[in-house]
Write a protein that binds this ligand. Structure first.
Ligand code: AP5
Length: 182
């Protein structure tokens, strides 16, 4: 089974939900940059205060902040990992490469979870996180299209990409993902 993984997909596609299930079932480290940044916000750290304003606008936090968080977490991980919400643009993907080379590991599979915008927006509005109001959601979708979606081509070109349809129940999507790992 592949155990060095990356999830791509628009906000609300189900990346966090599926990452929790997959990592618990398979003993992988779930590395969500969104969760790590929200933990900094809750702790009221200087980094969290800086990140909160940006996150509530639906913009991307600076690459250097995110990279330093990821580097600390990945160091020494040999049981496998799932990157969720990172990399978020081509620059982050390029910065990840030397970091992985340093620890002698590489991405084995990139899973793109696809879902229609209408369903994404409904799901996010009913979740109600501080960045889940309609204006910010639409902006997050634009940021996704402009900055993150180019990663689809980037990883497809490397032969690493598989597409998962996210328009089903949580269990059905989880089964689709498990089937893609072998
Ligand atoms: P992040 O936390 O990564 O948020 P996101 O990408 O916008 O993704 P979401 O958490 O909104 O959606 P998801 O796909 O994980 O779906 P979920 O499983 O939660 O990033 C937030 C912010 O942090 C960014 O905007 C940015 O500012 C900053 N940031 C993070 N990483 C960064 C980086 N690398 N660089 C720079 N900035 C960064 O599901 C959504 C809802 O749907 C939930 O309520 C869930 O219960 C429900 N649901 C899930 N699956 C199903 C299903 N199959 N059926 C019905 N409901 C479902």
């Amino acid at each position: 089974m592949k155990k060095r993984l990356l999830f791509l997909g628009p906000p609300g596609a189900g990346k966090g939900t599926q990452a929790d299930i997959l990592c618990k079932t398979n003993g992988l480290l779930h590395l969500s940059t969104g969760d790590l940044l929200r933990a900094e916000v809750s702790a009221g750290s200087a980094l969290g205060q800086q990140a909160e304003l940006i996150m509530n606008k639906g913009e991307l936090v600076s690459d250097s902040i995110v990279l330093s968080i990821v580097e600390k977490k990945l160091d020494g991980q040999d049981q496998g990992w799932l990157l969720d919400g990172f990399p978020r643009n081509l620059q982050q993907a390029e910065s990840l490469q030397p970091l992985l080379e340093k620890i002698g590991q590489s991405i084995e599979l990139v899973l793109l979870i696809e879902l229609d915008n209408q369903i994404l927006i409904e799901r996010l509005l009913s979740r109600g996180r501080s960045d889940d109001n309609e204006g910010v959601i639409r902006h997050r979708l634009e940021v996704y299209r402009e900055k993150t979606a180019p990663l689809i081509e980037h990883y497809s070109h490397q032969g690493l990409l598989k597409i998962i349809q996210g328009d089903a129940t949580i269990d059905v999507v989880a089964n689709r993902i498990e089937a893609a790992l072998n």
